[in-house]
Design a protein around this ligand. Structure first.
Ligand SMILES: [Zn+2]
Length: 321
């Protein structure tokens, strides 16, 4: 499978085209996941700012009805999938990085997974090139939070910085939590590797990390919008120019068919579910009221769309739909 083909048809499609080679579990290998829906990248403008959402590929959860949504039954989760036309129980989980061409240079919001074993992730750079973006041109990385699928792409297999000329801006609360030895020692055993991963991924960038406040203008045209709960300092970003705006929501909302339709449901990955639900509702209300496009790290490509009120929750209307 060539890089060109991946870039042209998108990582999700290539994953489903060749499952036996990828060591996927039974349900996924049988093609139970839905077909790929999007391209490798999606461009749009926010005023004079050029935005490009680029996918880093997709992995497949073999059974999304089990262990993903903490406070819903398997029947409810399966029902939400069927309502969205997904037979289940397998479901794709895409990873998408947002790039913004600003007057100050190219900005990356999160950096991709760095590649997970036995999946078709780690294709960000091939897809960046297909979109005409050179990783060496990234002058600023901005992070939503420090979970592994968002910071893995900071370093290569050799531990060296993947973005040689980039400064790195991080939410001050997120940095405070994950770099605190006391927090690490008090954390549940299962979370310890995530603390170690933060140390490892940021190591080559330590001289160029800056911390920003919850509502800071991080780069002219990119403003922090605190959306804590998924992680202690989780932050969304408002891309804005004049009266045009778009909201990069990060993981405040992961899978729209679950967490837009039911904002009070929460995934096992939300570290403080009560706070995460509050943040989710606030962002959804704002996006629907202000009719602004949202961009989701874990949405299917084009990973961008409008938020509409629907029943007791909301729904995503994908760009171009
Ligand atoms: Zn994530």
């Amino acid at each position: 499978m060539t890089t060109t083909r991946r870039a042209a048809i998108g990582a999700a499609a290539s994953l489903l085209a060749a499952p036996p080679l990828l060591g996927l579990s039974g349900a996924a290998a049988q093609g139970a996941a839905p077909p790929a829906t999007g391209p490798a990248f999606h461009r749009f403008d926010v005023g004079a700012l050029k935005v490009v959402v680029v996918t880093d590929g997709t992995n497949v959860r073999a059974d999304a009805t089990q262990g993903l949504v903490v406070n819903a039954t398997a029947e409810q989760v399966g029902g939400a999938m069927r309502a969205a036309g997904i037979a289940g129980p397998a479901m794709r989980n895409p990873f998408n990085v947002t790039f913004v061409e600003t007057p100050r240079g190219l900005v990356a919001i999160d950096v991709g997974t760095g590649g997970f074993p036995n999946t078709d992730t780690g294709v960000l750079h091939a897809n960046m090139r297909a979109a005409g973006l050179d990783p060496a041109r990234v002058v600023q990385v901005v992070h939503t939070h420090f979970h592994g699928d968002h910071i893995g792409g900071l370093t290569g297999a050799d531990g060296a910085a993947v973005f040689p000329s980039a400064a790195v801006a991080v939410p001050e609360r997120e940095w405070a939590y994950w770099t605190d030895a006391g927090e690490a020692s008090r954390a549940p055993e299962a979370r310890r590797p995530a603390f170690a991963n933060v140390q490892r991924r940021f190591a080559p960038y330590l001289q160029r990390v800056t911390r920003f406040a919850p509502d800071a203008e991080v780069v002219p045209g990119i403003r922090a919008v605190a959306s804590n709960g998924h992680s202690p300092g989780h932050t969304s970003f408002l891309i804005h120019d004049g009266n045009r705006q778009a909201l990069v929501i990060g993981d405040a909302i992961t899978t729209p068919i679950f967490f837009m339709a039911n904002p009070e449901w929460y995934p096992v990955f939300d570290m403080d579910p009560t706070m995460a639900v509050e943040s989710r509702k606030r962002l959804l209300d704002r996006a629907a009221t202000e009719r602004m496009p949202v961009i989701g790290y874990h949405f299917d490509m084009p990973a961008t769309g409008r938020v509409e009120r629907a029943g007791t929750g909301y729904r995503l209307v994908p760009a171009g739909a």
